[in-house]
Design a protein around this ligand. Structure first.
Ligand SMILES: Nc1ncnc2c1ncn2[C@@H]1O[C@H](COP(=O)(O)OP(=O)(O)OP(=O)(O)O)[C@@H](O)[C@H]1O
Ligand SMILES: [Mg+2]
Length: 326
């Protein structure tokens, strides 16, 4: 079983608004509303890919009730802790004429200490039957930024593989707890290592820099694929790693909201069934790309993912050890 944790679950509303302009009144030509928050999106994609997944986290108020009911309607197993304050609604406006998208995320509920304790108890209970736990998204107010780091430690004690997709302090502190996998996008990775990446070489070095902070496997997504550093079996069991560059010609997106979540679900799904590293990366990039062809985060069509697989190029890149450490 794969667990996804969403502490900032939301109802994600996506509106298609042609010629979206600030300060004007608009009419949406298309709209969807579905449970979201990064962990929920990952769970939706994992379910579409046929992997066993349960979504947990906290949800509150009438919006929280909707999140849970709609997840159940989608037949996504879920077990959330109910909290007193109201869960968020996040709105994305996609302009089909320009392809631009604008996101507005509400501030989200304040989570009380006792509510968070209930969640931790629930997670530790669920983890007894799990192989992987994905911590995804930002943290709501009232939650200690160390939470992911602490829970990663608990998961590792139980022999559960940990995956983190977050940003800012939550990601920085989580990385130090040596999670199995992190998957920042390029911007989040720049913030994590504290400098910008000017070129391809910088990006290749960046995944090694992130790995030095603690994570074992580093996936840095970009709109054209990803750069990754994955451990490999060196001679006489020495710890070595391989750097990969994975690319796919861009598709015309319907909506790229949540493509990073679909990417991560793809990686986790392939890894869960024991696929070799290159296949995991290829599958992840195909899932991220395919999800851009649908409205709604984490929505993807597994048959179309299969069709895209041969178009994904995976290269192993040689980086001198000295280079990797700079
Ligand atoms: N237009 C596109 N065509 C093909 N693939 C795309 C496109 N946009 C994104 N992707 C794929 O989706 C994956 C994730 O992309 P990106 O780095 O934009 O994620 P992200 O910023 O984390 O997104 P989010 O957090 O909104 O889910 C990448 O592997 C990329 O290849
Ligand atoms: Mg992302």
């Amino acid at each position: 079983m794969i667990i996804t944790v969403t502490l900032n679950a939301a109802i994600d509303k996506t509106l298609a608004v042609p010629n979206f302009t600030l300060g004007r009144r608009h009419r949406a030509v298309e709209q969807t509303s579905m449970p979201g928050g990064k962990g929920v999106n990952v769970a939706r994609a994992l379910k579409a890919l046929g992997q066993p997944v349960i979504a947990t986290g906290v949800a509150g108020g009438p919006t929280g009730t909707r999140i849970i009911e709609q997840l159940t309607d989608e037949a996504i197993l879920n077990d959330f802790v109910r909290i007193r304050e109201e869960s968020r609604t996040s709105t994305a406006v996609v302009d089909p004429t320009s392809g631009e998208q604008t996101e507005i995320n509400e501030r989200g509920p304040l989570v009380a200490e006792a509510e968070l304790e209930l969640f931790v108890d629930k997670l530790l209970y669920l983890a007894k039957g799990a192989g992987v736990c994905v911590f995804a998204g930002s943290l709501p107010r009232g939650v200690d930024p160390e939470i992911y780091a602490e829970l990663i430690g608990e998961m590792h004690k139980l022999g559960v593989t940990t995956v983190v997709d977050s940003e800012g302090d939550a990601l920085r502190l989580a990385a130090r707890a040596e999670p199995t996998v992190v998957s920042p996008n390029e911007l989040e990775a720049e913030e994590l290592v504290g400098h910008e990446f000017a070129d391809d070489l910088d990006r290749l070095r960046a995944v090694a820099e992130v790995a030095e902070l603690g994570p074992r496997e580093v996936l840095m997504t970009r709109p054209d694929g990803c750069v990754a550093l994955l451990p490999s079996d060196g001679a006489e069991g020495a710890a070595t790693s391989e750097t990969y560059r994975v690319t796919l010609p861009p598709l015309e997106p319907v909506s790229s909201v949540g493509s990073g979540d679909a990417f991560l679900a793809g990686y986790v799904a392939a890894r869960y069934v024991g696929s070799p590293p290159e296949d995991c990366l290829r599958f992840a990039v195909a899932c991220g790309a395919e999800s851009t062809q649908h409205f709604g985060a984490g929505v993807l069509d597994p048959r179309e993912v299969e069709r895209l697989l041969p178009e994904v190029r995976v290269e192993q890149v040689e980086l001198p050890a000295v280079e990797a450490r700079r």
